[in-house]
Design a protein around this ligand. Structure first.
Ligand code: SF4
Length: 494
């Protein structure tokens, strides 16, 4: 699709909406569009104290136009935000008459729809008023509004209980037994990068020890720990034992409420490793099948079967884990709504406390990143998510957090479902940006939350293990920012 713009210096919102609405077409900017060609024209003009946005879409000889207005205020950022929203909504309104299926999130883009809903609820809007706004201004469907508003309510409840000195810790283990075809994380298969692992663990323990000292000096309370990846259980039982001993020796865990380790791939889970986790107080694990269909698992490069998932789950229960999450993905190649329903039914029969339903995203960096191919799965994914929603609701699970990613089939979302009282606090704190998260390991991004709860300062560790392994001194020096932030009472001056 060709597009032209006038009066708008940044075409990012235009491209983003076109990708959302017409994911099989590549948006191309042009100075002008010939009359007989499918094209979108966006024009922004100042009229009094408003920006007036006019969008016209021509497709197969037919035309649809939309107009939106956005207020101009003294606050440049606010003016820009209002204009961007208005541009996106006008594009949505001009293009959607030509679509067979309209995206359920309407013109709402961004990773955190619940945070968006919460921002209004915290200003005093009732859930009904937020629902009205999401419908009338952003064209969000009833199901997606309900999801965002429910998750926003859970985040608000958790936020009320957060103590000003509370923080969470994330520890990353960027290794996996093999690489899944859809994965875009910086995760290294142990076949290729196994030799880095021992050195990685030494560096990580060095970072944990130093961070523990900083947190102690800063008087911060660790309330949740999340060890993710990659696949943390790629570590041997001895390596895991060593890591968790360092965690216990370095951090004051008196206020700890939740300790999660993503066991993830069933082909890395052994009774011995689970016993090590249990011994060190880990109370929540993930065993992630993604699919319970062997052909689908093979197609995405997972070296385990559905039976392995059942066996490892059984072992985890025998070892005594009473909070288990299981991840699934809607839209994997070779999966159908019927076979996805089989996955959900099989997991429900196991009765885990949490089930997370992801939507496949065609992400850059993944082996499988064909956006057009992914976009064609929109209807199948919609059916899969509906099946999951109905079955999980009927079985007593409820959604508690969600997030979106770019290039998801149908523009849908990832949703964490749980039984009552089993919400993973870390997931909500992190996704809703409710609390400071100190992240350790390669690719870790510490997010210090300012006093206003909005401003965030990021401190990034080197992304790749080979860079991380040689940067401990610099990484540890960077931790001074945590101490400065805590001593200033969470102020984030520029
Ligand atoms: S197990 Fe997870 S992190 Fe590892 S390659 Fe597969 S999707 Fe990526």
């Amino acid at each position: 699709m060709i597009y032209t713009i006038q009066g708008l210096e940044n075409d990012h919102p235009v491209r983003e909406m076109l990708y959302n609405l017409l994911p099989t077409e590549i948006p191309e900017r042009a100075d002008s569009a010939p009359e007989d060609v499918d094209a979108l024209g966006v024009c922004v003009e100042q009229v009094g104290m408003e920006n007036c946005i006019r969008v016209c879409c021509v497709r197969q000889g037919k035309q649809a136009c939309a107009e939106r207005r956005a207020p101009i205020s003294d606050d440049a950022e606010q003016t820009k935000r209002a204009r961007t929203h208005a541009v996106k909504t006008a594009i949505f309104e001009a293009v959607s008459p030509f679509l067979d299926t309209v995206p359920e999130w309407g013109s709402l883009t961004g990773v955190r729809p619940a945070k968006f809903a919460r921002s209004f609820m915290e200003q005093g809007y009732t859930p009904a008023q937020v629902a009205k706004l999401m419908t009338e201004t952003y064209h969000v469907s009833a199901a997606r509004r309900a999801l965002a508003i429910r998750s926003a309510g859970i985040a608000m409840d958790l936020k009320e209980k957060i103590h000003p000195n509370d923080i969470s810790i994330y520890i990353g283990i960027p290794f996996c037994p093999s690489r899944c075809s859809y994965c875009s994380f910086v995760s290294h298969s142990i076949e290729k990068a196994g030799k880095l692992m021992a050195e990685y663990l030494d560096t990580l323990c060095g970072e944990i020890v130093h961070t523990g000292e900083i947190l102690r000096q800063a008087g911060l309370r660790i309330v949740t720990i999340y060890i993710g990846g990659g696949t943390p259980t790629t570590l041997s039982a001895q390596q895991m034992d060593c890591l968790l001993q360092t965690v216990h020796q370095s951090f004051d865990l008196q206020a700890l409420e939740e300790f999660t380790v993503e066991a993830g791939r069933p082909d890395t889970i052994t009774r011995e490793k689970l016993l090590v986790l249990k011994k060190h107080g880990v109370d929540r694990i993930s065993i992630n099948p993604q699919s319970m269909n062997d052909a689908v698992l093979e197609g995405i490069g997972r070296h385990h079967s559905a039976q392995d998932v059942l066996d490892r789950y059984q072992t985890a229960r025998e070892v005594g884990f009473s909070a288990i999450n299981m991840d699934t993905i809607a839209g994997l190649d070779g999966d159908t709504p019927e076979s996805f329903a089989h996955t959900i039914d099989t997991l429900l029969a196991l009765n885990p406390e949490n089930i997370t339903v992801h939507t496949l995203a065609a992400k850059r960096g993944a082996d499988q990143h064909d956006r057009a191919h992914n976009a064609k799965k929109q209807e199948a994914v919609r059916q899969m998510l509906e099946i999951a929603s109905k079955k999980l609701t009927a079985a007593g699970y409820a959604p508690y957090y969600l997030y979106r990613q770019k290039f998801m089939a149908g523009g849908f979302e990832n949703v964490g479902w749980c039984k009552m009282g089993y919400e993973c606090k870390y997931n909500v704190y992190m996704m809703e940006e409710l609390q400071t998260i100190v992240s350790l390991g390669a690719g870790g991004v510490t997010k210090l939350l300012g006093t206003d709860g909005r401003k965030i300062r990021r401190i990034s560790n080197p992304k790749y293990p080979y860079e991380y392994n040689v940067s401990l001194e610099r990484i540890n020096a960077g931790k001074q920012a945590i101490l400065d932030w805590a001593k200033s009472g969470s102020s984030l001056s520029d």
